[in-house]
Design a protein around this ligand. Structure first.
Ligand code: ADP
Length: 471
């Protein structure tokens, strides 16, 4: 089967979060399972671009409303990622360093999608499936079915995976002029609450919709940032498939970013050495339990309650536990964390920014990973933590509740709580401190979770079944 993934992110080319990890890994394991999988993404100006060799695959011309533009498709020459990787370049729109956060993101991603369908309409053969990811590619199924110039693409199966339904790519109807000549009777396919909603359009027009965990699929019917009714209506074509993790990239036995590599058999000594490296760098006592948070500092992740919750936990533990935060996001939260650095030196530290290398060392060296997320479609951090023997402390929601078993339950290895509140987080910290003192129990939990299989191999088949149901 030939599958084209189209996405705004793909690790290691450009990643802002879990979307990048998934699109970077899923195609690789689809290829390993005997399929042809390709990834198409925008040509941002990231390090990966300059460090790899490329060949020009196609040059084309199309338009975004009245603006006619040239685009170039380049292909990575050496199959370094285990699948064909194509980048689409549009000068003036995609030639930027960051993935998101520009005022013209609507124009950038709409032009990217138009260039993709335009390029695909020149292909002599058709792939079996076009697999879109999140709202940045949500208009593609609509364009393939309802734009007159692309009617030859109408019969190709389409799938959209929702990694995060909070962001939907809303555009005013004035921007409908961007979409290539389309069947005006199909206005309802683009619309949700009087705006063009690319995510909703993807859900309405794609043959199948998948979300990245079973529980998130359920949750979307009652909480989907305004799209609840849509998910209720489209329930028949929605499937939840839990994300996997790339065991080759995330392997404590070979991870080049660690101070010491380890396996489940050497977990205690291995983690100790990585923890020592972290503690030396951030001024902590390595004897104390180390709690970390890694992620975007936004409301979804309950980052707004974290500063107060950590202050409370520090008082409660009387300075015998350490807390390290890595992330960026809301300026107010970033500021609060910066302010805590000095008064809480020795037990608290923060790195504001994105640091892939440090994140790996944190998964390896920490004892506990905090994830009080209000919304977590799947969550990869808790799975990486488990793979590195770090006890996940999670709010029971979405993918977190599908992957973490509380230590109070049969064969449990994590800590779960119900509310993203100071009280629940602080109470969980006290449970963690108790288990930290019980070396035998902690070691059992570490070894047990390191052996859990979250590999993509077991997930790939589920995606193939979804594609097959459309052919
Ligand atoms: P989301 O996609 O909602 O941000 P996920 O848990 O699905 O959350 O994926 C987050 C991914 O991004 C993980 O690989 C995590 O390690 C990484 N990550 C998030 N923030 C940072 C950061 N500041 N530095 C390094 N890696 C980060």
């Amino acid at each position: 089967m030939e599958i084209i993934h189209i996405s705004a992110e793909c690790y290691p080319v450009a990643k802002a979060g879990g979307l990048g990890d998934v699109v970077g890994a899923l195609p690789k394991y689809q290829v390993k399972a005997g399929h042809i999988a390709k990834v198409v993404m925008p040509m941002y100006r990231t390090k990966f671009l300059y460090e790899h060799e490329w060949t020009v695959d196609f040059k084309g011309q199309t338009n975004l409303g009245n603006w006619f533009f040239d685009y170039t498709v380049i292909k990575e020459s050496n199959n370094q990622l285990g699948y064909d990787l194509y980048l689409i370049d549009i000068n003036g729109l995609l030639d930027r360093q960051k993935i998101y956060g520009y005022d013209d993101d609507a124009e950038r991603f709409t032009a990217f999608q138009i260039a993709f369908v335009n390029w695909m309409s020149h292909w002599e053969h058709h792939p079996d499936v076009v697999h879109c990811h999140d709202h940045h590619t949500g208009l593609i199924p609509f364009m393939m079915q309802h734009c007159y110039d692309y009617s030859q693409l109408r019969n190709i199966a389409t799938v959209i995976t929702i990694h995060n339904a909070q962001y939907q790519g809303w555009m005013g109807w004035d921007k409908s002029r961007y979409i290539p000549r389309w069947d005006l009777w199909k206005r309802g396919m683009l619309d949700w609450n009087e705006t063009i909603n690319p995510l909703a359009a993807g859900v309405k027009c794609a043959g199948k919709v998948t979300t990245v965990s079973w529980s998130y699929m359920e949750e979307l019917r009652s909480s989907a940032n305004g799209l609840e009714k849509l998910f209720q209506m489209e329930r028949a074509k929605c499937v939840g498939i839990l994300n996997g993790i790339d065991h080759e990239v995330w392997d404590p036995a070979t991870d080049p970013y660690l101070d010491k590599n380890f396996t489940h058999k050497t977990v205690a000594a291995g983690k100790q050495q990585n923890k020592k490296a972290l503690c030396e760098r951030f001024g902590f006592d390595p004897e104390h339990p180390l709690f970390v948070f890694i992620g975007r500092l936004v409301g979804e992740k309950a980052a707004d309650v974290l500063p107060d919750a950590i202050r409370t936990a520090i008082q409660q533990t009387n300075g015998t536990a350490s807390f390290l935060v890595l992330g960026s996001g809301d300026t107010n939260v970033e500021w609060q964390f910066q302010q805590m650095k000095e008064p809480y030196a020795g037990v608290f530290n923060v790195v504001i920014g994105y640091d892939e290398t440090l994140s790996h060392l944190m998964y390896a060296g920490a004892d506990f990973l905090l994830m009080p997320s209000r919304v977590e479609p799947c969550g990869l951090n808790q799975m990486y933590a488990m793979r590195y023997g770090t006890v996940p402390m999670v709010r029971s929601t979405g993918g977190l509740q599908d992957t973490v078993v509380d230590m109070g339950d049969h064969e449990g290895f994590g800590i779960r709580f119900n509310h993203a509140s100071i009280g629940d987080i602080a109470y969980s910290v006290s449970r963690a401190v108790n288990v930290y003192k019980d070396t035998k129990q902690l070691n059992w939990m570490r070894q047990h979770m390191m052996k859990i299989d979250h590999s993509w191999e077991s997930t790939v088949e589920q995606y193939i079944n979804v594609y097959k149901s459309l052919l």
